[in-house]
Structures are given as C-alpha cells and as structure tokens.
Design a protein around this ligand. Structure first.
Ligand code: NDP
Length: 335
C-alpha cells in the first residue's frame, strides 16, 4: 500500500518536501472492517490549512501520518455485514491506495451508485464541493430570480456548480476566473452570463470596472472563494442588503496577507457576510445531493476534471491547485 505522509509544515508556500511517499503492507482485516481499493483521491484547498498549525476550524493534520483526503473506490474485502466486495464507496481514505475502514461508525463509508453517475463525480459535483456550492448559494445567498450572483474561482469544482445552480434559479450568473480559456469555458460550456478574467484586471479599480459592465444592475449575491482584491472589487459593486457567502479565501492560504480594503461597505450597504464550513451542515446534504445528482445525471449540471495519474503525482497536483494550474475538479487516479 503506497501512502503519502505529511512530514513537515510549510513556513510560507507549501512544497513537495512537506510530503513523503512510503510503502507499507496492506493490513489484515478485523471484525467490522472493510478494505477499500481507492480509484480516485480528491485534492482540495482545505488541505493547505490542515498542513499548518494556525488556528482554524479543524485540528491540524498530524505529522508523519497519511494526509487526509476524500476518496472513492471499491470494496475488495469485508468483515462487515454492511459491505461486500465490489461495492462502490465514498469515504475519507486519505492519500493512499488502500484504506482499512472501521465501517461500523455511521457515515464513514457510504455506498454510491456508479451506474448512473461516474464514480469520480462523488468527489466533485455530487460530493463535498457540490454541496458547498449548494449550501452557500441556497442557504446563505438565498437568491431570487432576476438577481445577479457573482462567484470567484468560477471554473473550479465549487464555483462551476454555484453559477449553474444560480442559473437554474433564474439568476444572472457572473464568474471571475484566471485566464481567457477558463472564462470561455465558464460562459460557453457552463452557461454563465459573463466571466471576468482577473488576470487581465490586476488592480481593484480595473476589476470593479469590469464587474460593473458584467453586472449593470449591481451585485445581489457574492459567493466568495478567493478573497483579497477580488473580494474588494465585488464588495464595491454590491447592492444594498446584498449577501456574501464567504466560502474560501484561497489567495491567502499560502500565507499572503489579504486585508479587506473597505469593511465599512458592510455597514453602509447593510450587507450580510457569513462564513461557513460545509461539513458542519450535514442536515442539508441529502437535499443538496438529491438536486445535484439529478442535475448531473440529466446532463444539466456540467463539470470538468483535471486528473493526475498515480499517487506519486499527488503533491505536485496539490501545489498546482493552489496556483490555479487545475481546470475544474482536481483528482488523482490511483488505479
Ligand atoms: P477549485 O477547483 O476552484 O481550485 C482552486 C482554484 O482557485 C484554482 O483553480 C484557481 O482558479 C483559484 N486560485 C488559486 N489560487 C488563487 C489566487 N491566489 N488568487 C485567485 N484565485 C486563485 O477549488 P475548489 O472548488 O475545491 O474550492 C474553491 C474554494 O472553495 C476554495 O477557496 C476552498 O477553500 C473553498 N471551499 C470551502 C468549503 C467550505 O466548507 N467553506 C468547502 C470546499 C471548498 P483560477 O485559475 O481561476 O484563479
């Protein structure tokens, strides 16, 4: 069983040296346990926060242990009556090829139907990123038909779902993404009404100008994934009583300072700004997954994946995610 451990904590930018590839024998099963062969590992921005010891909503990833991560795969051996070889499952198996799971604990391993939805989608549009999009949009922004919703990191796993869910609800969806190719995909393939390339509008004034053009009636809801200048520009164009779902601030994950330029706008525009962590809202997962699953199965909700081949590629692919080198959901194929 090949595994990747976190062996040191990054001081500033994370690097490949923070990780180590090791090989250990596949362990024998005890009663209640299930052995899963992973097909895909999900790489997600939150992992960068777990690598550091800074105060956060979750404990840091312990050193010299297998990196945390969502996985999908197939049961290859089972001493648990709830699972049999051949079952396709989703879990938090971590950065390794096999996981031994104590499957008696409720929810640690979920069976998924790979007949109608590709297995990998359970790590993206029909998994944690999809539910994140759904929660922030539906529960925090609470969009009404005709309103304008802006989402940053718009071509990514979360952002791509946000805009499409907003369109289903009759909103105007405006994306912000890095590069013309990503922006073209967001409008032409995903059906957003507009997308702004923030790399072409480096400073806040220029980005705010582009937003004004793309959202002529102002912005009613902001789904924020990036922070920094991007959030400043969106805030400058928010309508009174606008709602901001603060989902992520990826531009600061590697330690870059991201001060908010004009917090007084929250007051003067009477905005609501709410941060959230999707795993603390398990009560909405069934409803969210039902809508997401139907939209994906019918081809209404589109998504894109960047797939690295082999566990040894995981550190590079993860660092790429923090630099925008992924295009859509970043996965590692393990089989
Ligand atoms: P993505 O698939 O969107 O990949 C990350 C993207 O972020 C990159 O492709 C890149 O897109 C963009 N990015 C990276 N660095 C920067 C930067 N310095 N400045 C601007 N953009 C940058 O990842 P996810 O969809 O998985 O996650 C999106 C956001 O959602 C993250 O902030 C993440 O932390 C957050 N999240 C929060 C959750 C919660 O419970 N609150 C749960 C899941 C995700 P581009 O090339 O367009 O810049």
């Amino acid at each position: 069983n090949r595994q990747i451990l976190l062996v040191s904590r990054p001081q500033a930018e994370a690097g490949v040296d923070n990780f180590k590839l090791v090989e250990t024998p596949v362990p024998a099963l005890a009663d209640g346990q299930v052995l899963v062969r992973h097909h895909y590992l999900s790489l997600d921005p939150y992992m960068r926060m777990r690598m550091s010891e800074a105060k956060s909503y979750a404990q840091p990833q312990p050193l010299n242990e297998v990196m945390i991560g969502g996985t999908v795969g197939e049961v290859v051996d089972s001493k648990n009556p709830g699972f049999k070889p051949g079952d396709t499952v989703r879990g938090m198996g971590g950065w390794q090829e096999y996981a031994l799971v104590d499957a008696n604990q409720r929810g640690v391993l979920q069976k998924v139907d790979a007949a109608h939805i590709p297995l990998s989608a359970y790590l993206g549009a029909v998994g944690m990123p999809g539910v994140t999009a759904w929660y922030g949009l539906v529960k925090i922004i609470q969009p009404k038909a005709g309103q304008t919703i802006v989402v940053s990191a718009a071509s990514g796993a979360v952002g791509s779902a946000v805009g499409q869910l907003a369109k289903v609800r009759g909103c105007r969806a405006v994306g912000i993404a890095g590069g013309q190719e990503k922006c073209r995909y967001v409008t032409e393939e995903l059906g957003f009404d507009a997308c702004i390339d923030y790399k072409e509008h480096r400073d806040e004034k220029s980005l705010a100008g582009a937003l004004k053009e793309a959202a002529p009636d102002g912005i009613d809801g902001c789904f924020e994934n990036v922070g920094g200048v991007v959030l400043d520009a969106v805030m400058s164009q928010m309508n009174a009583f606008g709602r901001i779902a603060l989902c992520g601030m990826i531009s600061g994950y590697d330690g870059q300072p991201i001060p908010m330029a004009r917090p007084q706008l929250i007051l003067t525009q009477r905005m609501t700004l709410e941060g959230f962590i999707v795993s603390e809202h398990m009560e909405v997962w069934p409803e969210a997954l039902k809508e997401l699953g139907t939209l994906v199965a019918t081809g209404t909700l589109k998504y894109r994946e960047t797939v690295a081949q082999g566990l040894e590629q995981a550190p590079e692919a993860f660092l790429g995610l923090l630099k925008g080198r992924n295009f859509g959901k970043q996965l590692v194929k393990l089989i």
